[in-house]
Design a protein around this ligand. Structure first.
Ligand SMILES: [Zn+2]
Length: 236
């Protein structure tokens, strides 16, 4: 995270988002919920991140908060990050109750932005709380796949899916459309204080679900370490 802050010339950046936990440090694959104040000239880094893994004991969801025993905690594979100064100020508040269509909360916001701004990409980040209801999430298995995953079906067969309950704190990063950077358009990870978390797909309780979110539009979009070879599956 300190390296990312350096790359975007933003020391002390407060970073939220969704990514893959560092298998190099943990020894396993896991979902990563970064909450990091990166280091600056005056202050050391503060790491309040969570990560969710498959519980080796019962195959369930195991959410853990970062602690000092995990030395040098970064991320692996990929991450979608939203960096801000972490100061208080004006934000966009969105409340939603009930779901009437097939799109999840983040996709609705993303498509609304795309409809309004068209070709002009608008990126946003922040947090929202699922205040009521349940959501479908996935957690990557601890081991990498022994054979290449070459379709959405392969990826879905590899992932573990769970239904977890509110209240959930979610960290979305989304862009209304891809300006040709080969982007994942939305990525949201969530954590809770009752031991559940993961990669958010959608709520499974459209009648009772309630969302409360606070967001900020991005000023600059950075694409770091873009893969040379790309594909389009596994991007939901
Ligand atoms: Zn994810």
């Amino acid at each position: 995270m300190n390296i990312i802050a350096k790359e975007i010339e933003f020391p002390g950046a407060f970073i939220l988002g969704a990514g893959a936990a560092p298998f190099q440090t943990l020894g396993i694959n896991a979902e990563f919920m970064p909450i990091v104040q990166t280091k600056s000239d005056h202050k050391p880094a503060v790491n309040g991140s969570y990560f969710a893994q498959i519980n080796p004991e019962d195959g369930g969801c195991l959410l853990e908060k970062y602690s000092k025993k995990y030395n040098d905690f970064g991320f692996a594979l990929l991450a979608n990050l939203f960096a801000s100064e972490g100061q208080s100020g004006k934000v966009i508040e969105i409340k939603a109750k009930g779901r009437t269509g097939e799109y999840n909360f983040v996709t609705c916001m993303r498509k609304t932005l795309e409809k309004h701004y068209g070709d002009k990409p608008v990126g946003m980040g922040g947090t929202f709380v699922v205040q009521n209801g349940k959501v479908k999430v996935h957690i990557m298995p601890p081991e990498f796949s022994s054979c290449p995953l070459t379709s959405d079906e392969d990826v879905n067969n590899w992932l573990h899916f769970f239904e977890i309950k509110a209240p959930l704190v979610c960290q979305p990063v989304f862009v209304s459309r891809d300006p040709g950077f080969d982007l994942r358009l939305e990525h949201t990870h969530c954590f809770s204080h009752h031991g559940e978390g993961g990669h958010y797909h959608y709520d499974t309780t459209p009648e009772t679900v309630e969302y409360l979110g606070h967001f900020l539009p991005a000023e600059i979009l950075y694409r770091i370490d873009k893969p040379k070879e790309t594909h389009t599956f596994g991007r939901d």
